[in-house]
Design a protein around this ligand. Structure first.
Ligand code: ATP
Length: 264
């Protein structure tokens, strides 16, 4: 696939194009917009003009193989890297130069690749760490309850050091921790990585539940099939460029996507 092949420019696509079974279509308000973003590591030109958008209430997935630039895109959105060219807009403001800690405060939540939980802290302490940017500390109990409702296993394990949790439980904790600051946008980086198939199904089903509760999600995944079954829309990234975009069903039926990412 090449950038020239891109069949659907989602920027102008009508909301009805975003329909996928069970997925929330969003209300049309753009929460996140990347416009022609170029990000570098020194002289390595990792993102070469990435444009994408996420609307309120949607799950949008960003697909791509190893080294395509998925994590770099999330880091650029989250202020850990800044674009050399192009803009990142979040919630109506240009945040291209805003640092990560400020973006967390403004409502960008992230569950990073490899989970990055605090292994010596308990499950509860990890969730508390997730909430530390919150100003209204008074109502944390409702948020713990929400996380434990989504992940009952974490309730059973709440006093256990997080490093002793299984891989799947650590993933649940990483997502739960990202929810604690009540983000407006949740960035998920490879939530299925390293999980057994049954747990992959469970994690994606919970991601769907979180979305149906109103959360807007940008989901980075290598498991293209599960991601496209869960998301409303998707983008395919290849060596730093968006080479395909469309509704999840368009991408699931795209012969090039099927060949390259769905093993068909
Ligand atoms: P994966 O699925 O393997 O995690 P990815 O799509 O997330 O891959 P990125 O991690 O975003 O890919 O990497 C994009 C490109 O940038 C790759 O060519 C990678 O080698 C390069 N890259 C990533 N991090 C750095 C870094 N810290 N320094 C230099 N180059 C980097």
């Amino acid at each position: 696939m090449t950038a020239e092949d891109t069949p659907v420019g989602m920027t102008n696509a009508p909301p009805e194009a975003a329909k996928a079974a069970g997925a929330n279509d969003g209300d049309g308000r753009v929460v996140l917009r990347l416009t022609d973003v170029h990000t570098y590591y020194g002289h390595i030109h990792a993102l070469q003009g990435v444009s994408l958008e996420v609307r309120d209430g949607e799950i949008v997935t960003l697909l791509g193989s190893n080294g395509a630039g998925k994590t770099t895109t999330l880091k650029t959105i989250h202020g850990l890297l800044h674009p050399r060219e192009g803009t990142v807009e979040f919630d109506g403001a240009d945040v291209s130069r805003v640092p990560a800690h400020e973006l967390v405060r403004r409502g960008v939540g992230q569950s990073p690749e490899g989970r990055r939980i605090f292994s010596r802290m308990t499950v509860m302490e990890n969730l508390q760490m997730g909430a530390y940017t919150r100003r209204d500390r008074g109502n944390l109990n409702a948020d713990y309850d929400r996380v434990f409702e989504l992940f009952p296993r974490l309730l059973e394990r709440r006093l256990q050091p997080a490093g002793t949790l299984s891989g799947g439980e650590q993933q649940m904790l990483a997502i739960g921790r990202a929810l604690m600051p009540r983000p407006k946008l949740l960035l998920l980086d490879e939530p299925s990585m390293g999980l057994a198939p049954i747990l992959v199904e469970q994690i994606f089903s919970i991601i769907g539940d979180i979305n149906r509760q109103g959360m807007t999600i940008l989901l980075v995944e290598q498991n293209a099939l599960m991601a496209l079954k869960t998301a409303a829309r998707g983008y395919v990234l290849q060596t730093g460029r968006i080479v395909r975009s469309g509704s999840a069903s368009q991408l699931l039926n795209d012969p090039e996507v099927r060949k390259a990412y769905l093993g068909a």
